[in-house]
Design a protein around this ligand. Structure first.
Ligand SMILES: [Zn+2]
Length: 199
């Protein structure tokens, strides 16, 4: 069981509070003040669109967990240079009050319970392949240890995205299809088809 709520508006509001109690389509200042905190990333980060990240705005209930995950990312790569080679210094944002792209429900970012990393290489809808320089599996595993769900295995993949909420859309710990496994399956198919020799 995840320590994080299910990704339904009711469960999210119950756990994180309702960011838009007056339904004006904007985050309520009182909710923001009571719930959002600014955390300093444990290594140098840049916004993927411009400039250095001084603080990341997230919900107070998942802030420590996010910091632990980013700290583990830093320790895993071991140096700023290695972090940057893996592009894990590129932050696409955390708290952002908005609808899910192409949807009518609020994005988990609206509660400050999600973060995007390296959006450029991990664009929404892009089918995941670690070999293409997309999200390192080590980072996915680090966030999984904190119970954060990764968007890379969703039917509409969102490999930049981690959230402290359980969509219920993805099996939590299934290994991705690796290039070698895929190669083996294709080889098997080739074999099957080559057996049907043309008459
Ligand atoms: Zn996201």
């Amino acid at each position: 069981m995840s320590q994080w709520p299910a990704q339904s508006p009711a469960a999210m509001n119950d756990f994180y509070g309702n960011p838009d109690a007056n339904h004006d389509g904007r985050a309520d200042p009182a909710w923001m003040k009571a719930n959002l905190v600014r955390v300093k990333p444990p290594y140098r980060m840049k916004w993927s669109w411009a400039g250095d990240v001084t603080t990341i705005t997230v919900h107070r209930r998942c802030a420590e967990s996010l910091l632990r995950a980013l700290d583990a990312v830093a320790r895993h790569f071991g140096s700023q240079q290695a972090i940057e080679r893996a592009r894990m210094h590129l932050c696409g944002g955390a708290f952002n009050f908005r609808l899910m792209r192409g949807g009518s429900n609020l994005s988990v970012h609206s509660w400050g319970a999600a973060i995007d990393l390296d959006p450029e290489r991990n664009g929404l809808g892009r089918r995941y392949a670690e070999s293409l320089g997309m999200m390192p599996m080590a980072v996915v595993e680090i966030f999984a240890r904190e119970g954060w769900e990764w968007g890379g295995r969703w039917s509409r993949p969102d490999a930049m995205h981690f959230q402290a909420a359980a969509s219920g859309a993805a099996p939590p710990r299934r290994a991705p299809v690796r290039a070698s496994a895929k190669g083996a399956r294709e080889a098997l198919l080739d074999q099957v088809f080559s057996q049907r020799s043309p008459s």
